[in-house]
Ligand binder design. Sequence first.
Ligand code: SF4
Ligand code: SF4
Length: 355
Amino acid sequence: MIVAGIDIGSRGSKAVVMDNNHIVSSVICDTGPESVKTSISTMEKVLAGTGLTLKDVKYVVATGYGRVLVPFANENISEISCHARGVNWYFPSVKTVLDMGGQDCKAISIDSEGKVVNFVMNDKCAGGTGRFLEMIADVLSTPLTEIGDLALKSRAAIPFNTICAVFARSEAVICLKKGVAKSDILSGLNDAIATRCLNLLKRVTIQPDFSISGGIAKNKGMVAKIKEKVGIEPKLAPDPQLIGAIGAALFAKERFEGTGKREEMKIQYGYSDGTGDYFITVDTGRCDGCGECVKACPAGLFTLVKDNYRQLKGSIKEESRKKLHIVCPGFKACASAHAVNCHSVCQKDALSHTW
Ligand code: SF4
Ligand code: SF4
């Protein structure tokens, strides 16, 4: 049975065609300004030379940032679930996944069937993302594909106190002017990014085996630093950038056949900064989508979204995720000021705060 997965990411678009769990064809393209056009051309490219047309593909699952804009997809599924499923297909023993994409990093805890148990995302700033590395490659006038190998030649990594894109850029420029080797600048940045990834992974607990997915997993210098920090050799797929599309294709087969079990996961919305950890966790296994948190929150943080199984679940609004501790005073402070708050109305005990 022919199925396909298409992953429209912020920087790259990937597609995979599978026939009964075997990869028939795969492709990686740049994401253009229009996601609809990008998805159509990516699909045309992955089918080219296979003797197949879109009509032969029984089911298509779209994932990634542009997943809702794929006109020929039968369904769209979050990239978190697709990365978990894709990694599990290659490595069933993996329990912890670090997905390093174009504009965010995610730490994902998965079970032996590849279902997401817990995940946390860093999308507060560009540090440690593909976008960030593109910027650094540009500053160093080095092709993006070469910065990984170059970092491995470092003899004395420069310590970076920040991976805030703006400050890291100016620190890198100052180092260059002082004559610091590019390899030492890159190694220092990779070290700072790897430390940040480690902190993200700790939030979902690091259990072996461990894998890295996403385009940055092709950067050998970055992978070496993450291995050093985490203390576990990561298992890497032949092309880690295709993992989301492979997971989407695996879901496509499952959905077409009507098989597969529900995922019940803890989703941590928020971030850590210099002042503390600011995360609100929604346990989707408990949440029944009643919407009471949406009505109760005086800061208007909550919304309801459909999960991968079209069930409504409580969620934090996209625009609030990067400023949680500014808009929410924390559970204790809110409870003392408001008799009715998100926790008091949640009959399913599905919410928790870290502050
Ligand atoms: S109040 Fe609780 S159960 Fe209801 S939608 Fe919000 S998180 Fe879910
Ligand atoms: S603690 Fe108060 S302000 Fe914060 S999310 Fe809950 S209801 Fe909203």
